[in-house]
Design a protein around this ligand. Structure first.
Ligand code: HPA
Length: 292
């Protein structure tokens, strides 16, 4: 990371203090909405919303399908803050900016991070429209040394060498699977490994085959930086991928993925995803010993 990309503790704190001065909500849960999945935020009651452009230090999102708002409100009695639109590496943001909101959430008192994304499937048993509970991830940019935790470590957030085994909370995954069973979702819900690539291009056939052989079930262009930053500062993490397309792994296959198709599947399954996240959030145990 270039030193100019380094963000100091006071900057996160200033943004958190500004938000706390603008809303009476004190969120315990943060939700990051992926491409075409921003309607989750619409379900929040008693909303206070802030355009990213108005929040001190916040980056700006440039991708179609993202509304660029931070929305505070109640979801079945749990106070949440919801990102309608996230930041991606391929937009040119340094990862310190991509993950900036996560540390702000920590300073707001958030304990649990829920991430959603759109992803292409590599697993042969998956279909378009499936929901994948993320069991683990492969962070391709991270393995290549592109990591939001690069640079001097701030112990106020977490340790220099954070473990990443068990980063997607096992109890939350179990709870989500139970909810899916009781809602009758089981036939289109999977649990699998998400692979993050840098994008913005979709994968070549050789790359898709390579990632599949590595053990990835789905591939997308986000999530890993936010998740590892959240885990580093002690947040519990739960993640869902909406399978918006099958990744082409066969040279005889004529299909081509495009962004409009990705957004369309998001719309198709948006209500289902919203129901699942709402049910999960409503069952979260909140530790109310907030450090103000
Ligand atoms: N590849 C990478 N990112 C994606 C895809 C894909 O096929 N679909 C949605 N996001």
């Amino acid at each position: 990371m270039h030193s100019k990309d380094q963000i100091c503790y006071d900057e996160y704190q200033r943004t958190a203090d500004w938000l706390l001065s603008q809303t009476r909500h004190r969120p315990n849960v943060a939700i990051i909405c992926g491409s075409g999945l921003g309607m989750l935020a619409e379900a929040l009651k008693c909303q206070d919303s802030f355009s990213y452009a108005d929040i001190p230090n916040f980056p700006q999102s440039t991708v179609q399908g993202h509304a660029s708002r931070l929305v505070f409100g109640e979801l079945r009695g749990k106070t949440c803050v919801c990102m309608q639109g996230r930041f991606h590496m391929y937009e040119g943001h340094p990862l310190s900016k991509v993950t900036f909101p996560v540390r702000v959430f920590k300073l707001l008192g958030v304990q649990t991070l829920v991430v959603t994304n759109a992803a292409g499937s590599l697993a042969d048993s998956y279909s378009t429209g499936d929901i994948m509970i993320i069991k683990d991830h492969i962070n391709m940019p991270g393995l290549a040394g592109i990591n939001p935790l690069n640079g001097p470590n701030d112990e106020k957030f977490g340790p220099r060498f954070p473990p990443m085994s068990g980063v997607y909370d096992k109890d939350l995954r179990k709870m989500a699977l139970d909810i899916c069973k009781s809602l009758g979702y089981s036939q289109f819900v999977q649990e699998g490994v998400y692979c993050m690539v840098g994008g913005p291009n979709f994968e070549t056939i050789a790359e898709a085959r390579f990632l599949h052989k590595l053990g990835a079930d789905a591939v997308g262009m986000s999530t890993a930086p936010e998740v590892l930053t959240a885990s580093h500062c002690g947040l519990r993490v739960f993640g869902l991928s909406l399978i918006t397309n099958k990744v082409v792994k066969d040279y005889e296959d004529q299909e081509k993925v495009d962004h409009a198709g990705v957004l369309g599947v998001g719309l198709m399954r948006s209500e289902t995803l919203q129901t699942l996240v709402t049910e999960l959030v409503s069952r979260l145990e909140i530790n109310n010993n907030r450090v103000e």
